[in-house]
Design a protein around this ligand. Structure first.
Ligand SMILES: Nc1nc2c(ncn2[C@@H]2O[C@H](COP(=O)(O)OP(=O)(O)OP(=O)(O)O)[C@@H](O)[C@H]2O)c(=O)[nH]1
Ligand SMILES: [Mg+2]
Length: 310
């Protein structure tokens, strides 16, 4: 006689895309939900440049989140790639989390995003984010959604709103509850302990770029890209990482290097500290800075940087 197996409950499992304008806190929310840093975060708009998966699993089931670059108006090659990543992330998902920043007023950019999202067929959850800042603009976002949908908020189907703080973790579990309600049952896509599927080289280059974004000002971050050229173990104890920081102009190269190399040294120290924790290994980080005019619009360069669809 075969042994009786305990009855398996069908678990929920599905894909959820996280979209919104730049800087609304999408990546911060993803990291909180997943419980680990899987996406880089900075105060600079357009920090996230590629779709990043973060996987949440518990007894309710599994949610594969897709964090996306902030939807924005730019028109060069990198802008087009980023906006296309947002658009693509809406295909084949089971629900969409539309993250808005309640500490900022609704502007033209937000109207454009809302219009793009109004015809999404799957359920939309509007995450009214950064409520810890006690901004009083929730009403504006309700009006915006009513306007684009042409309906009163309580008549709109397949739609839920929830105030949250991705930084403080306010109502994030409630958000998960709402999302699980919308998901189908099915087998998991990832092992239960997996939180990310990002290739290691991309993660490393993103971490270096995050430090650069934290330390540079104004337009400079948008001119920066980081490519990890080599990662190899040395004597089993140290990982040697060689990366190139690209900027667009020689004057920017000077800023990144800084007086007596101070700036690039600081970036290197901050990145190395985080990489050592991540890799569980000593890290020797070699950083080079190169000026590469117009890389943001150069198809070949963008492809090398991983900013092009196959
Ligand atoms: N006070 C507060 N700040 C937040 C919250 N969530 C994110 N932030 C801050 O908002 C800024 C942007 O956060 P990100 O998570 O990088 O935002 P994003 O939407 O992923 O930005 P892009 O990738 O550029 O589109 C950072 O300075 C965060 O620390 C929040 O809930 N409360
Ligand atoms: Mg982001």
């Amino acid at each position: 006689m075969p042994e009786l197996q305990p009855k398996q409950h069908a678990l929920k499992c599905g894909f959820v895309s996280i979209v919104g304008r730049p800087n609304t806190g999408k990546s911060t929310l993803l990291n909180y939900l997943v419980g680990e840093k899987v996406a880089i975060v900075s105060p600079v708009p357009q920090t996230t440049r590629t779709a990043v998966r973060g996987i949440f699993t518990d007894k309710r089931g599994q949610i594969v989140f897709v964090d996306t670059p902030g939807w924005h108006a730019g028109r060069d090659g990198l802008d087009r790639f980023m906006n296309k990543s947002c658009q693509n992330s809406l295909e084949g998902v089971d629900a969409v989390v539309y993250v808005v920043d309640t500490s900022r007023t609704v502007g033209v950019e937000e109207h454009q995003i809302a219009r793009r999202l109004k015809s999404v067929k799957v359920p939309v959850v509007m995450a009214l984010n950064k409520i810890d800042l006690k901004g009083d603009r929730i009403g504006q976002y309700i009006e915006l959604w009513e306007e684009v949908k042409g309906q009163k908020i309580d008549e709109i189907t397949n739609f839920v709103m929830i105030p949250v703080s991705g930084r403080a973790g306010t109502q994030t579990d409630k958000l998960l509850d709402i999302l699980f309600e919308f998901l189908p049952t099915g087998p998991f896509f990832y092992e239960e302990d997996v939180v990310s599927d990002m290739p290691q080289k991309q993660l490393v280059s993103d971490i270096i770029r995050e430090k650069l974004f934290l330390l540079t000002r104004e337009e400079l971050p948008h001119s920066i890209a980081v490519v990890v050229e080599e990662m190899r173990p040395v004597k089993g104890k140290t990982t040697h990482i060689r990366a190139v920081i690209f900027v667009e102009r020689d004057s920017q190269k000077e800023i990144i290097i800084g007086a007596k190399g101070q700036m690039v040294k600081k970036v290197g120290t901050l990145a190395r500290e985080e990489l050592e924790v991540l890799l569980g290994n000593k890290v020797f980080l070699e950083l080079h800075v190169k000026a590469q005019k117009n890389w943001r619009d150069d198809h070949g360069m963008l492809a090398d940087m991983g900013y092009i669809f196959e």
